[in-house]
Design a protein around this ligand. Structure first.
Ligand code: ARG
Length: 540
């Protein structure tokens, strides 16, 4: 059958190559690629170095973030009962799994970096890929960064200043969230290496926090009476697990969105398929290990919450892990967990800022955005950091933070745009609003490529598919996504409207920025000429 070759017009990451840090593999590992249509000579895809374990740690590291420490309130209060909440966690996990399995088939059939962007362009035409890029730049990336920043702020304020401050005014949290965003943006502007190094450090926190919760939960479950009995939830033993289960499908949808947030990021291995050594074997393997592992970890963490916390606390607290810590270990416990979780969120914020910078940068390079966003700050060599000649310590320090290109050889304008948009979302939104908002937007764009998978099976049955998922998988994913999207329109019409408005704005923008260059997904004669003209003269 036919197959899409890797050396196609879709050459991902090449324009980003100068930004890579010198550390082998990490940059390509942690950074979803984005499209670059002028196939450059230096392609990360030629450097096929990612193994099964790399893929696994990438996707697990991206999925586990803020959600498992903050979504339970939204899941529980909307599902109505602990039993229903667990069902929501299972269903949203399965949904993520079916989505990821569908993406694995797409990734095998179209083994290029870029994920949804490239599938949409290949299957529906470049306009679809453009809309995805547009919405990712204006809604998905800054929206998700804002959610993580807000959780970071809430946890840090709770740890350092105390619960009263959190409840007194949301602006204290938001202020800290903004500070976190500024810190992360500055870090990633100063040097790429600094950004990726801190990602490694903060990875530790999320595992520490999740592990601590699960182990504490197991101990409590076994010993039962080891802690303050009054404080322990008795719901586990006495009340009906399904008492109070919500009957409203809109509430279930909101609960599912909260759960899906915690599982979000399952598509991220698809961004680097082109760099995998053996994508057709390893991509499905990564998906079918990562998702079950995360689902089990989340169920265990939730059971721990139920064992330890009274339902009212779980229902209302955005910082359920702090409440958990304080019951299990007192003030020290809450402080430790709050620090661990804010560290985990800071790491997530860092990772997402890092990739957002690259995404905006290559959208600028593509001409999707004004050219300035596709440039690297202070690329004039005189501005680069000079490694100090004297002083062992200073030298080692410089080598630790500076990439070989030196300080500020980073997409600072792209970073600034992303930070500005994220700031807006932090100011106007709160956790629950933003997760629903993000859910609607992201599931629209997860839905489309999976529909595309079905289209591709019908239109191109001969296409080589090293991994073929059961047809029922994409069908289930599409049906549940459709339910979610339609419910969101009823549950949160205003947010849904905003999402659709953003997408609608993308159409004239596509016409303006790309024009006839790629309406059919190919470069037309006329479009090419127009594009060349525009490239040469239009932007001077
Ligand atoms: N699941 C992550 C969390 O719980 C959020 C992932 C955000 N999405 C992304 N593509 N980085 O925080």
């Amino acid at each position: 059958g036919r197959s899409y070759s890797v050396s196609s017009a879709f050459d991902f990451n090449s324009s980003l190559f100068p930004l890579s840090s010198s550390g082998p593999g990490y940059t390509s590992l942690g950074t979803p690629g984005t499209p670059n249509f002028d196939s450059g000579a230096q392609s990360l895809e030629r450097n096929k170095s990612l193994t099964y374990l790399n893929g696994l740690s990438l996707v697990v590291g991206l999925i586990i973030g803020s959600g498992i420490f903050s979504s339970p309130a939204s899941v529980n209060s909307n599902a109505g009962s602990p039993g229903a909440a667990l069902i929501v966690w299972i269903v949203s996990g399965m949904l993520a799994w079916t989505g990821a399995a569908s993406y694995a088939e797409l990734g095998g059939a179209i083994p290029l970096n870029g994920g949804a962007q490239v599938y949409l362009s290949k299957i529906f035409g470049q306009w679809a890929g453009f809309l995805f890029t547009w919405c990712t730049v204006v809604v998905l990336k800054p929206g998700s960064a804002a959610i993580i920043a807000i959780i970071f702020g809430e946890y840090l304020v709770r740890a350092v200043i105390g619960a009263d401050a959190v409840d007194a005014s949301p602006w204290i949290n938001k202020g800290v969230a903004l500070l976190g965003l500024i810190a992360v943006t500055a870090l990633n502007c100063v040097s790429t290496k600094l950004g990726t190094r801190s990602a490694d450090v903060f990875m530790f926190f999320k595992f520490a926090a999740l592990l601590a919760i699960t182990i504490a939960g197991i101990i409590v479950a076994i010993t039962g009476a080891a802690y303050n009995k009054e404080a322990l939830s008795t719901a586990w033993k006495t009340t009906n697990w399904f008492e109070g289960t919500s009957m409203s499908s809109s509430q279930w949808a909101v609960a599912l969105y909260a759960g899906l947030w915690a599982y979000d990021g399952w598509d991220n291995t698809n961004f680097v398929v082109g760099e995998m050594k053996n994508p057709s074997r390893d991509l499905p393997k990564v998906i079918h290990t990562a998702l079950p592992v995360v689902i089990v970890a989340y169920i265990l963490a939730n059971l721990s919450y139920f064992f330890v916390l009274p339902p009212e606390t779980i229902n209302t607290s955005n910082t359920v892990a702090v409440a958990f810590g304080s019951i299990v270990l007192g003030p020290i416990g809450s402080l430790l967990l709050a620090l661990a979780v804010s560290g985990s969120c800071f790491g997530g914020l860092n990772a997402t800022t890092f990739t957002a910078g690259r995404l905006v940068y290559s959208a600028g390079k593509e001409g999707y955005l004004p050219e300035i966003f596709g440039t690297v700050g202070f690329s004039d060599s005189s501005q680069r950091m000079r490694l100090p000649r004297r002083g062992q310590k200073a030298r080692r320090f410089a080598g630790f933070i500076a990439d070989e290109q030196g300080f500020f050889y980073t997409p600072i304008y792209a970073m600034a745009l992303n930070a500005a948009l994220t700031t807006i979302y932090i100011i106007i939104g709160d956790f629950t609003t933003l997760t629903t908002f993000y859910g609607v937007a992201s599931y629209l764009f997860y839905f489309a490529p999976v529909v595309g998978l079905i289209v591709l099976r019908v239109k191109e049955p001969e296409l080589e598919r090293p991994y073929k998922c059961w047809l029922i998988t994409p069908i289930i994913f599409c049906c549940v996504s459709l339910f979610l999207l339609s419910r969101a329109i009823f549950a949160k019409p205003f947010q849904a409207l905003i999402v659709f408005a953003f997408i609608a704005v993308g159409f004239p923008l596509f016409w303006w920025r790309v024009g006839s260059r790629g309406r059919s997904g190919r470069k037309s004669e006329q479009g090419e000429g127009w594009w060349k003209f525009w490239k040469r003269w239009g932007r001077r």
